[in-house]
Design a protein around this ligand. Structure first.
Ligand SMILES: [Zn+2]
Length: 448
């Protein structure tokens, strides 16, 4: 072995157990009872620490290419490591969008050498759905379909376009990620509300009402059943959405995610924090936050993903006093593990549940089962060492994203990631990156 991690408490998706880990060539080679023989060149003493698999974030916007003033692969993945994340799946919503294999390859080349975490790339599909096969070949992890709230080139505007796109995805044996919503509801309500608005923050949430999300989820579920495609529904945020999902989910191959902010923050944050808390779908009333917590507990929602969507502080500040002038989106990578530990502290999740929903679950959904998201023999040695005894405060000034703020600033967290290993290499210690960026491109295992 190259490295032995001794005396830690290993967390899997179903239990916590005392175990020692042996690592060779970047992979977990052995898991043995504490103190059992493990010949290794180096030893890391993890006494008093929990060992979690590196989190797998299935939904991040890293703003590169084209929008690198807002983030970029380097800044975004450093923030990820500090948040206990070792694998990111990167959305195609940059400039240019990731529509073709050549755009995909160019983005991959940009990320290689800069990324501090391992990464997968998602592809955009739009109404034409013409590049699916070449993008599968290039290693796209999913095909992203937007039913509302995006530029015309990204929008899948009607049911027939959606059915055709899903048929192409199904034929290629790929996964479709669907961002729900109803384009007519969002665009017409936005126009009507803005026409009479003075820019008060209270005017923003009603432009994306729960019924829009519920309609989008219903359409996505019915189209999934019709096409036979594997569909993953993004950023479910409200009771109405979760109810429709619960009713229709088992009719087809459908999974779904929720963000940490929709599990922890209610719409009052928009009043308290202003444009920094502007995001789509919007932060919802407290009843919806509770509904999302329950949906996660009842496994209507399968995984948590951050929808990391950074903007510069100045861009957000432009909406102070006029909410329409701020872009929507909040950073989430660096607070992924901390926010989930807040849910653990509140008793809404245990540590195995955290691992299941934030690591093992997303890895298995997106073709990384057995390689990422779990501490088992044969998996990559992506390990987060967490000191559960440490209590600390989230602060804006510690954020490594170019956004340099977090809507969770000021919150206390019980449990701190003190070290992160990527394929056996230490890449983060006490919130600071160590060494050089080692992130690699990952392609999903082909599913039958
Ligand atoms: Zn997103």
């Amino acid at each position: 072995m190259d490295l032995a991690i001794r005396n830690g408490l290993l967390v899997t998706s179903d239990r916590v157990m005392a175990a020692d880990i042996g690592i060779a060539d970047g992979r977990i080679e052995a898991i043995v009872a504490p103190g059992e023989s493990l010949q290794a060149q180096r030893t890391l003493d993890a006494a008093g620490l929990h060992l979690l698999p590196g989190l797998v974030d299935a939904h991040v916007h890293l703003r590169e290419p084209g929008l690198v003033h807002k983030e970029g692969f380097a800044a975004g993945t450093r923030a990820a490591l500090a948040g206990g994340v070792t694998t990111v799946m990167v959305m195609p919503t940059d400039d240019p969008l990731t529509f073709t294999a050549s755009q995909f390859e160019a983005k991959r080349a940009l990320a290689e050498g800069q990324a501090w975490t391992d990464f997968m790339l998602q592809a955009a599909i739009g109404a034409q759905a013409c590049h699916v096969e070449e993008l599968v070949e290039a290693g796209a992890v999913s095909f992203e379909i937007f039913l509302a709230d995006v530029s015309p080139s990204l929008l899948v505007p009607d049911a027939e376009s959606l059915l055709q796109a899903l048929a192409r995805v199904a034929a290629a044996g790929a996964v479709a990620g669907i961002t729900p919503g109803d384009h007519d509801v969002v665009s017409r309500r936005t126009a009507a509300i803005r026409a009479g608005s003075t820019g008060a923050w209270q005017d923003f949430p009603p432009t994306r009402p729960p019924v829009s999300e519920a309609l989008g989820i219903a359409r996505a579920c019915v189209a999934a059943r019709e096409s036979g495609a594997r569909v993953h529904i993004r950023q479910v945020s409200c009771a109405s959405g979760a109810q429709v999902l619960a009713a229709l989910k088992d009719s087809a191959h459908i999974t779904a995610e929720v963000t940490p902010h929709n599990l922890l923050l209610d719409e009052g944050e928009l009043g308290r924090q202003g444009p920094k808390a502007k995001v789509a779908p919007p932060l919802r009333p407290a009843g919806d936050v509770l509904a999302m917590q329950r949906a996660l507990e009842e496994r209507v929602i399968d995984i948590v993903a951050t929808d990391h969507a950074p903007h510069l502080p100045a861009e957000k500040a432009a909406g102070q006093g006029d909410i329409w002038k701020a872009p929507g989106g909040i950073p989430g990578l660096q607070t992924f593990l901390p926010t989930m530990l807040m849910l653990v502290q509140q008793g809404l999740l245990d540590l195995p549940g955290l691992v299941r929903t934030c690591a093992t679950g997303p890895a298995r959904l997106f073709g990384l089962g057995g390689r990422k998201g779990e501490l088992c023999v044969g998996a990559d040695a992506d390990v987060v060492l967490v000191d559960m005894a440490r209590r600390w405060q989230v602060r804006d000034e510690d954020q490594l994203s170019k956004a340099r703020y977090t809507p969770f600033a000021g919150r206390m967290v019980q449990g701190a990631p003190v070290r992160v290993l990527l394929r056996g290499h230490e890449v983060m210690r006490d919130g600071a990156p160590v060494g050089d960026p080692l992130g690699r491109f990952l392609r999903p295992a082909t599913t039958a």
